[in-house]
Ligand binder design. Structure first.
Ligand code: SF4
Ligand code: SF4
Length: 296
């Protein structure tokens, strides 16, 4: 069995990407299983999706540890402590990353010893589509690595994008981009990590803590314990010279990230801010800007 883990942010289409890979593999004659894993209200937050591909009926369920291939939608998700399950990877796990950085820069920055494939979606989508669908692009790259035929990848992309009501023109552009990504990726050998393969066919689900397997609220008043700083690459910055202390930002913030200082100015707790942009939108005098977090 070949297993794939995809990492992205809520809203980037990672779930659709997993579907595209699964459907393309199904059309190629494999048994497949694909599923996302995320809790409630996850736009911008790190999420995962999983794909299993096999010549035999798949009895495994749940998240995948030690996958054959890890697909990472953007560099900001690398090396990140996450509230999603960590990906235990083996030496044979192939890592595919969308990043403008070179392969050698990424490998040295994150101390990657595994087989690493890098593609730059912004560069590849130039002249084809202004807002590329990340999930489609990473799926096309992953399908190339998995050795699938592009005809099946194309059919799968069209099925998935029609399902989510993307218009025909956008679908055509995304197919063009997928074709370009597919042609850009050089094949590597994807193997089955020994530990992940249960040839016996006996169902052996791993135990995972309920806290990571469900979106259940298990205690009251604990929202401030959740680190939302990872949910966005951006944070709001206030121009205090122009702030009127109207408190609109304080009132509208859905995550109570604002407090008021002794002079009546709003202060953002960046660990509680999820970068949703609402305060910037609602500020009557438009003096809040979003700036990149952790700009290198
Ligand atoms: S961007 Fe603004 S409104 Fe949104 S969570 Fe952060 S502080 Fe609150
Ligand atoms: S909404 Fe804008 S002007 Fe009003 S307190 Fe917040 S930052 Fe200041």
């Amino acid at each position: 069995m070949i297993t794939v883990t995809l990492r992205g942010r809520g809203g980037q289409g990672i779930k659709t990407g997993a579907h595209v890979i699964g459907t393309a593999a199904f059309l190629s004659g494999f048994y497949v299983q694909d599923q996302p894993l995320y809790g409630a209200e996850r736009r911008g937050a790190p999420i995962s999706a999983y794909v299993r591909i096999s010549r035999q009926v798949i009895l495994d369920r749940g998240q995948i540890d030690n996958p054959s291939l890890v697909v990472i939608g953007e560099e900001s998700l690398m090396g990140m402590a996450s509230d999603n399950p960590p990906h235990e990877i083996s030496e044979s796990t192939v890592i595919l990353v969308n990043s403008p950085l070179s392969k050698s820069d990424l490998a040295s920055r994150y101390n990657i010893k595994n087989s690493l494939i890098v593609f730059d979606l912004v560069k590849l989508s130039s002249g084809i589509i202004e807002k590329p669908h990340l999930g489609i692009a990473v799926a096309a790259a992953a399908c190339k690595l998995l050795g699938l035929n592009f005809d099946f990848v194309k059919e799968s992309i069209i099925k998935e994008l029609v399902n989510i009501q993307v218009n025909r023109d956008e679908i055509a552009r995304n197919v063009d981009l997928a074709s370009k990504v597919f042609d850009t990726i050089s094949p590597v050998t994807i193997t089955t990590p020994r530990e992940a393969y249960r040839e016996s066919g006996i169902l052996e689900p791993k135990y995972h803590e309920p806290a990571i397997s469900t979106c259940a609220i298990t205690a009251t008043g604990n929202s401030m314990l959740r680190d939302r700083a990872q949910w966005s690459n951006y944070k709001p910055v206030i121009d205090y010279d122009k702030c009127t202390k109207c408190m609109v930002c304080y009132v509208y913030c859905p995550d109570s990230a604002y407090t008021i200082d002794s002079e009546g100015y709003p202060i953002v707790d960046y660990d509680a801010c999820k970068g949703c942009n609402i305060c910037k939108t609602e500020c009557p005098v438009k003096i809040i800007t979003l700036v990149e977090r952790n700009k290198r």
